[in-house]
Ligand binder design. Structure first.
Ligand code: ZN
Length: 115
């Protein structure tokens, strides 16, 4: 798999232009634009757009947090050796994630892997 690279984080919501909100990387370069969404009458399009922009701007931090906790579970085996596990699926790091692990799935999606 090719090395995962993206624009440097943290991302942030930038200027509102017309019906769009720009998402900027740590260097102030635009990486995405969030459009005013078509929503039903019970929701405000501005509120949904702001929520979408906030979620997209937090993506690099969310990915980093997920990768930090990916093998954050642990227990000690009979010999007292610490064995790291996935807090989602409970599998040991040496065995890899369970095929249905949601944590592995979202990390793979975010990094361009299969999931
Ligand atoms: Zn897992």
């Amino acid at each position: 798999m090719p090395k995962f690279t993206c624009s440097p984080g943290p991302f942030r919501a930038g200027a509102h232009r017309s019906c769009e909100v720009e998402i900027l990387d740590a260097n102030g370069c635009e990486v995405a634009r969030v459009v005013y969404p078509m929503v039903n009458r019970e929701l405000s399009g501005c509120d949904v757009q702001e929520a979408n922009a906030a979620l997209l701007a937090s993506a690099p931090g969310l990915l980093m947090a997920l990768q930090d906790v990916e093998w954050g579970g642990s227990y000690r085996d009979e010999g007292g050796v610490e064995v790291h596990t996935c807090p989602w699926c409970g599998r040991e790091k040496d065995m890899g994630h369970d095929w249905s692990c949601g944590l592995a799935m979202v990390i793979a999606r975010a990094t361009g892997g299969v999931a």
